[in-house]
Design a protein around this ligand. Structure first.
Ligand SMILES: Nc1ncnc2c1ncn2[C@@H]1O[C@H](COP(=O)(O)OP(=O)(O)OP(=O)(O)O)[C@@H](O)[C@H]1O
Ligand SMILES: [Mg+2]
Length: 391
């Protein structure tokens, strides 16, 4: 199964309505929409975006999916990666979506030449041909002054406009976990990164933007507060829970995949119960479907997941959701661990964490493991952890 990972388009249950709406509007060349997909953690945003990408590519649009959270750690890396994704999408488009790598040796010469031509028309970028024949965008930074990064930022987005012109196709930029773009604000020249982004958005070349993120309250403040540079620039779409029939279907498919010998009738009965227990949150449904032994009652399984402090739903509910809602409460031991690491402000040894929370080291292991499974903390080295977001 795909616990925690975005699911392949073929496995995605429900969500046709939102996928179709995005595909229909974005591929309608007479309008120029920008969408913001909002939804709490693990509700299925990335899976939806990837399906939209697939469908738009089938219609020969040039699509880039870019996870901002993964890339927004430093501006140079962020902008170079984005430029590279753009060039990659362009060469794929030229090659008829055969997923050609940006390798000049593997790329037909005509395509490689077109990519190189394109880059040379964009300010601040050059191309580098590495010995293995890979085409890499090369940043030409001046003295790294403030204006430099702003210029680089504009150049990357300009690349999208130029691709649209040359390919004579709409370019679609999908930014997942968009709120993390604010991390770039710390850097010279990017303090007003949202204004720069608005500038790109307003150019109105044949480029459309879809952004998405799980920090719902943060994103809302980006789009819905009158003082924000992006106020009223996006149509918001909220991704909610699955309907009952789809919830049942998802649960059944999880249980059937495990081949634990649950009869049809038994499965039908449990499927009915699932919605009353966890509603239509796909991730909860999957966790429960994975945890159920097929014999004991679903209620008991659910109780165990929600009540045991190391149960997956307990952790999920207490941390992942609560953190996003900005009101992390409950889960005394988990809370304590997170607080201790936060106070330290830098990566910590698990022995040190154990000492500070006043418990033996082996006692806190399972908590640490779960906290990392849910992206609350991350392991930087053997037995050394830090918080993912320093909130
Ligand atoms: N419609 C669906 N059909 C099947 N599985 C789904 C569906 N929606 C979500 N899931 C399950 O939920 C998990 C999370 O999905 P996805 O990564 O797309 O959500 P997300 O909202 O992007 O999450 P995150 O907040 O972690 O980025 C997936 O691993 C998948 O197992
Ligand atoms: Mg996601």
């Amino acid at each position: 199964m795909f616990i925690g990972k975005p699911v392949p388009a073929a496995v995605l249950i429900d969500r046709d309505e939102i996928v179709n709406k995005l595909v229909k509007d974005i591929s309608n060349s007479r309008i120029h929409p920008s969408f913001a997909l909002l939804g709490y953690r693990r509700i299925g945003k990335t899976s939806i975006l990837l399906k939209v990408k697939e469908e738009l590519e089938r219609r020969e649009l040039v699509v880039v999916y870019f996870d901002v959270k993964e890339r927004a750690t430093d501006p140079e890396g962020f902008l170079r990666d984005l430029e590279e994704e753009l060039l990659s999408a362009y060469s794929n488009h030229l090659g008829g979506f055969q997923k050609v790598a940006l390798k000049a040796s593997g790329l037909p010469r005509t395509i490689a030449q077109k990519v190189i031509d394109l880059v040379s028309s964009v300010e601040s970028f050059g191309v580098e041909l590495s010995p293995d024949g890979t085409i890499m965008p090369k940043i030409k930074l001046g003295d790294k002054s403030e204006e430099d990064f702003a210029k680089l930022f504009r150049s990357v987005f300009k690349t999208a406009d130029v691709i649209a012109e040359r390919a004579k196709k709409r370019v679609v930029l999908i930014f997942d976990e968009f709120q993390d773009i604010l991390r770039l604000k710390e850097y010279k020249g990017l303090k007003n990164v949202l204004d720069l982004y608005r500038g790109a958005l307003q150019k109105r070349g044949n480029v459309c933007h879809i952004i998405s993120g799980s920090r719902v309250h943060m994103l809302r403040s980006i789009f819905e507060e009158p003082g924000s540079p992006l106020f009223q620039h996006f149509t918001s779409e909220t991704i909610g829970d699955l309907d009952e029939s789809y919830a049942t279907k998802l649960f059944s498919s999880v249980v059937e995949n495990r081949e634990i010998g649950v009869g049809k009738e038994e499965l039908r009965k449990s499927g009915k119960k699932i919605f009353s227990l966890v509603g239509g949150h796909p991730y909860y449904i999957i966790l429960l479907g994975e945890a159920w032994d097929g014999k004991s009652s679903l209620e008991n399984t659910f109780e165990r997941l929600i009540a045991a402090p190391t149960g997956s739903l307990y952790i999920y509910a207490n941390y992942v959701i609560a953190e996003d809602l900005g009101k992390a409460t409950g889960g005394p031991m988990l809370n304590k661990i997170v607080r201790v690491i936060a106070q330290e402000g830098k990566p910590m040894e698990s022995s040190e964490i154990a000492r500070k929370v006043g418990k033996p080291q082996n006692y806190i292991q399972s908590y640490l493991r779960h906290l990392s499974d849910y992206d609350v903390i991350t392991r930087v080295d053997r037995g050394v952890y830090r918080l993912v977001d320093n909130v």
